[in-house]
Design a protein. Structure first.
Length: 168
């Protein structure tokens, strides 16, 4: 069955389903290991990709997929086993081959911010294993969601880089 996009783009960030932290993801510090933040962010992106029509079915039926080209994660507050997590995704910008996303990981019950992830994804022709333009129908879906998300307040942390604090 082909994947289909939501009929109307949301004028709010995309909300992934609430996720639970798995016990083996807790490290010796007693909190979620840094690698598993990326797992959870990736699962949320997979949910958005289904809305855009570029999930596993797209790969199988049309030979297209996405690869992450760049990722910047900020760890802001510890999250622990038993904490329910929800990830919000903004589609900040896109062109014919790239998607710029920003994600916030929040405690699903209390709402506090645990981490953010800013990413650049590339659209791939999986037969050629090369970056390629999105098909027109997918580009239209992406443009609609990007436009809806552009009207939202921008989350804090977009465009941050890794550097030592400035000395004043």
């Amino acid at each position: 069955m082909p994947e289909t996009a939501a009929s109307t783009p949301s004028a709010a960030p995309f909300r992934a389903s609430i996720m639970q932290i798995e016990p083996q993801w807790i490290d010796y510090n007693g909190h979620l290991n840094m690698a598993y933040y990326n797992v959870m962010f990736d699962r949320a992106i997979d949910q958005l990709w289904l809305e855009l029509g570029i999930g596993p079915g797209y790969m199988k039926e049309r030979g297209g997929s996405t690869f992450t080209a760049e990722c910047h994660v900020r760890y802001l507050r510890e999250i622990h086993f038993g904490d329910p997590v929800q990830i919000f995704v903004w589609l900040l910008d896109a062109d014919d081959k790239r998607l710029h996303t920003f994600e916030e990981m929040r405690h699903a019950g209390e709402g506090w911010l645990s981490a953010t992830s800013e990413n650049m994804s590339l659209h791939m022709d999986m037969n050629a294993r090369r970056v390629a333009p999105f098909p027109p129908d997918i580009s239209e879906r992406i443009a609609a969601i990007t436009k809806a998300h552009a009207a939202l307040p921008r989350p804090v942390g977009i465009g941050r880089s890794v550097a030592m604090p400035s000395k004043k």
